[in-house]
Design a protein around this ligand. Sequence first.
Ligand code: SF4
Ligand code: SF4
Length: 176
Amino acid sequence: MSEKKGFIAEVKSETGVNVNRCYQCGKCSAGCALNESMDYPPSVVMRMLQTNSAENVSKVLRSQAIWLCVSCQNCLTRCPMQVDIPQLMDYLRVQALAKKTVNKKSKKIVAFHRAFLDSIKYTGRLYEVGLVAGYKARTFDLLQDLNVAPRMLIKGKLPLLPEMVKGKKQLKKFFR
Ligand code: SF4
Ligand code: SF4
């Protein structure tokens, strides 16, 4: 990260999101269902980034907030300046993974995030059995929800083999 231009410029060039458009009205935080569980609500994340200080950027990249965001788009819908916070949060998650600053309390969410992306990467769609296996292998939480699996299998909700999409080349390109 260039310290002079800072993280704001990096975010703008990588995602198109202009952090400085935010004028701190707070509508995003008021409408965010996860607000109360977050260490920094979305409008506070925006303010911290606006300071462009390495210390605040680091706090944001170590926060739980970026992993609790479920990309529901509620904040974007409410924002009078159309600041794309979900897009920004996605970028912050990628940066936290790259810089190895993932919040310790968010490890299970990250395990799910990685297992989900692996499923899409290898099959082109969500393969539930692979998702669960990938999640459990990362968390060692082997017994969680185990009682649900037999019922789902009987009802045909858990296909044992993945369905693959046709456009494998495009999928690879997409992930690159
Ligand atoms: S709703 Fe938009 S302008 Fe208002 S605080 Fe959130 S990001 Fe900033
Ligand atoms: S997209 Fe994320 S930050 Fe925005 S309202 Fe939804 S959960 Fe909250």
